[in-house]
Design a protein around this ligand. Sequence first.
Ligand SMILES: [Zn+2]
Length: 307
Amino acid sequence: MRTDEQGLAYGGGWLDRAAGLRTDPGWIAARLTDRESVVLPLWRDRCLVSADRVLVRPAAVDAAELLAAADETIFLGLDAGRAVFAADLSGRPEREALALAGATEPVDVRALVGGLTPAEAAVQAYAKGLLHWHRGQRYCGGCGALTAAGDGGHTRSCTGADCGRLLFPRIEPAIIVLVEAPGEPERCLLARHRGAPEGSWSTLAGFVEVGESLEDAVRRELAEEAGVTVAEVSYQGSQAWPFPAGLMVGFRATAASMEVRVDGEEVVDARWFTRQELRARVADGRPLGRIDSIDHHLLGSWLDRAI
Ligand SMILES: [Zn+2]
């Protein structure tokens, strides 16, 4: 899988998001009739691909019928000066959406990621996350009136009288942490989560709660799920994870002691692994986490090599 320079899929800033142009409806309308502009159709959170599993990407001028049928059309940004739009066909039956897009199959971007360029994966994930947000914000949470998209699809505003509430796309941050043991030999803590296959071990993770810093969330999650107290917490990197609205923030932490006590709810087992044990697992063909995830990246960097 090709990834961005940090080794993490779905990020990389491949598009010029051109935020200053979003607020110009005339410019947006002109781009929708510009033969250089392209449209990425999506259907119920999935990419649309042709028979050879290539992403469908019609020119906007050829996609007039598709654009007219879309629930939402959003401006994603500029790709080498060409406007890129995402069009949501979720309101249509599958067969109709595929016909409109000239596609043969809807596929989740995470199932396709191994065959996509980093830019394709990132832009598809961005489109998926933003369209998902639109579908969940059709009504105002304050007065119940309909909302309408604005700013090229980067805001919604309430249409109710005397309300006008403005809504912005929501991102839900989560921490993910590789815990190291104190002292020698060097070991890291991996957990088996409820519902995960037997023998499937991963790093610990959880959503950040209101009123917490990222570091607070690391300490709380480790205490709650594994009974581990940590002394040091250090930032490692972040990953866009719009499935549907995540931002994964990766850390390493050093445990204050070797004691582990799992909660038995989310985490059913946790234990310490040496580098030798993990390398042996990889050599046996037992992967460490999803190849496109920051979990895989944190473990790979701890093993000091690509895995
Ligand atoms: Zn309202």
